[in-house]
Design a protein around this ligand. Structure first.
Ligand SMILES: [Mg+2]
Length: 438
């Protein structure tokens, strides 16, 4: 495709709004005594656990999202490790997206803690895009009690890089026409399309900055990366066509995926990731009163192979146990077929979303439903930690009080002047870039 300036909006009206270290920030909100300490929030704290979010203090020790908890403990043994409390975070996530919709009908959620929005045409009401960004930041801070970073530019790609560049608590505006100049000095890993492996190849070619990519002849990039080479060069110039697409309420699919920094060889750990993805998906389904007809699994093996498998059971699924059961069955088959090789990315999703049927299904008890409803009602009333499954209790070393985990810890104070670090990036180095990129 030939790109011309006409493909780009002439005004910077696209915002990327991203909550800073979301899970950790939420934990610090209810446990201010942990501020300034390395804090790691993980889905499961045992050997099989995986890091969801690390505080900026913990990132200084090299702790990253999607890293095994055991590795995080080696890198930063003094960190406070907390188990993810998705229920607690989801309330704030809903508040966050509601704030955004107060400023524009064009809001495209990109996860629990981030969204793109286009504020073209709302100047009369709310002022210029940068002003809207500042107002959103202020409201998130006042109403949720955590900070957000915002990037403002002509498109989603540049705004995404801009919000990352400003973290934490940043507001970065890239004026129309200055996209390539903004990108040029930045390291290649800041471009969302560049994963670890792609970065290695680029580095071997002497390419270190995004500007270096832009200066590389397209043919050279195509020779190395195939058809993605041309795309890579366009992106390096800050060119990105996909508009902000409003998504309200009725999602067509819900999915979670995670890209490991180091390819994951451990089956139990992969199953634990699937389990936590299933719980988050089921939570979202139940919040919206929905069920799903189809469960799908995505696996990526290094370097470039991505496979998707899906299954449509005879009855729609709506509880975590069911989503997990179908997901893990797909996983076992697909993984065995691929010689149980280490996995770069694992993702679980549900599609064909329908209204949740409340009648008793043939040959099935409502026990699972009732259990989940009861657990959720108790969690709503008493907080996320008040009800734990027995197996969660076993691997959770913390007592809880008033719905909060109380970690036993003694950690030294650190210099709070923590350098913001890169978030884990989705590496589009496979043949199947994620549909929801960037
Ligand atoms: Mg975030």
């Amino acid at each position: 495709m030939e790109y011309t300036p006409e493909h780009m909006s002439d005004r910077a009206t696209v915002l990327h709004v991203d909550l800073d270290a979301f899970y950790v920030s939420m934990e610090l909100r209810r446990r201010p005594e942990l501020r300034g300490l390395p804090v790691v929030v993980a889905g499961g704290l045992g050997n099989r656990g995986v890091v969801n979010t690390a505080s900026y203090e913990a990132r200084r020790f090299g702790v990253r999202s999607a890293m095994p908890v055991s590795q995080a403990r080696r890198l930063c043994p003094q960190a406070v490790f907390l188990e993810s409390d998705y229920h607690y975070y989801s309330v704030a996530s809903k508040q966050f997206h509601a704030i955004l919709r107060d400023f524009s009908p064009l809001v495209e959620p990109a996860g629990a803690d981030e969204a793109y929005m286009d504020v073209a045409g709302t100047e009369q009401l709310f002022g210029a895009a940068a002003e809207v960004a500042a107002r959103i930041k202020a409201r998130v801070n006042a109403e949720i009690g955590i900070t957000a970073s915002v990037g403002v530019s002509v498109n989603k790609l540049v705004s995404k890089v801009a919000s990352d560049a400003g973290k934490p608590n940043g507001l970065v505006v890239v004026e129309a026409g200055t996209e390539a100049a903004f990108f040029a000095p930045r390291p290649i890993r800041e471009l969302p399309m560049v994963g670890r492996r792609t970065a290695e190849v680029l580095t071997s070619l002497g390419i270190r900055t995004i500007g270096d990519i832009a200066r590389t002849p397209e043919a050279a990039l195509v020779a190395k990366f195939g058809k993605h080479g041309a795309e890579l060069r366009q992106r390096a110039l800050g060119i990105f066509d996909a508009p902000v697409v409003a998504q309200r309420g009725d999602a067509k699919s819900i999915s979670r995926d995670i890209t490991f920094d180091t390819d994951e060889p451990d089956g139990d750990r992969l199953r634990a990731v699937l389990r936590s993805q299933a719980e988050r998906i089921a939570k979202e389904l139940s919040t919206s009163g929905k069920a799903a007809r189809t469960v799908s699994l995505r696996l990526r093996f290094p370097p470039f192979e991505t496979l998707s498998r899906s299954f449509t059971p005879s009855v729609a699924v709506d509880v975590a146990d069911e989503v997990y059961a179908h997901g893990v069955a797909l996983f076992e088959r697909a993984w065995a077929e691929n010689d149980r090789r280490p996995v770069r990315l694992i993702g679980l999703g549900v599609h064909n979303i329908v209204e949740r049927a409340r009648q008793l299904r043939l040959g099935e008890t409502l026990e699972a439903d009732r259990l989940q409803d009861t657990v959720e009602a108790l969690r709503d009333r008493y907080g996320g930690a008040s009800v734990l499954r027995a197996n969660e209790l076993q691997r959770n070393p913390y007592r809880h009080r008033d719905g909060d985990y109380i970690p036993p810890f003694s950690a030294p104070k650190l210099d709070p002047a923590a350098a913001p670090d890169e978030e884990v990036r989705e590496a589009i180095d496979g043949a199947h870039p994620p549909a929801d990129w960037p």
